[in-house]
Design a protein around this ligand. Sequence first.
Ligand code: SAM
Length: 268
Amino acid sequence: MTELFQHKARKRFGQNFLHDAGVIDKILRAIRPRPEDRLLEIGPGQGALTEGLLSSDAQLDVVELDKDLIPILIHQFGSKPNFHLHQGDALKFDFTSLDAAPSSLRVVGNLPYNISTPLIFLLLRNAGLIRDMHFMLQKEVVQRMAAGPGGGDYGRLSIMVQYHCRVEHLFNVGPGAFNPPPKVDSAIVRLVPHEVLPHPAKDHRALERVVREAFNQRRKTLRNTLKALLSNDEIIAAGVDGSLRPEQLDLAAFVRLADKLSDQPVAE
Ligand code: SAM
């Protein structure tokens, strides 16, 4: 990087830039970009991953919020015909504007940790466009995504991510790989949207409601937390024991509860 382009990392944009060549290489090998791929990178920053993604010859769109990074990215990659830069907020980005074929987009990012959960929920709503996603996240968030029923990590994020995707916790990355180093450990996760949903809900918004409500008070029984949505009889009819706590239910059981909610007659 030349003196002209010295950039001071900004906390409010969640900027922790990758500088460890070994880690960058390991991430790129996990992604394995191919020339025929359609890649989307969220938050390219100073281009740590961008460089390797572009050298695959795949078409790469990047979305970067920090205006000060735009000249750096243009200086480095502006002459490459497969580089397409969008300045703006990934949370407001219209993924359909990319005109990508169904199940084609490969989304990548060392995500700003402050927006990672809402961004992933947004991407899940566009799961039909996506082939796979590789993200650097806080290790604790990856553990929550991959968790099964029964433990403290299992919750809303696990269920909603696993409803749409297969989750693979690939490897962990220590703070020293970044500049500045974050206070927490990080991990790389691969999310692959299911071709056919294993437990399709009649209405996924009903699933979101039931799951949000159930985990609002995770220490309480389902009978208690879901009181405003479902009667005890409806819970029993869904084949669920209302005296259980939400963390004891698997995805299939949450979908049955959501379907009971969808079956309720709409109030006049
Ligand atoms: N990919 C680079 C790397 O690995 O070194 C930078 C990673 S840094 C953790 C996160 C990047 O996301 C920063 O460049 C930051 O400016 C950008 N960013 C933060 N919020 C964003 C948003 N809402 N939309 C798009 N980019 C964002």
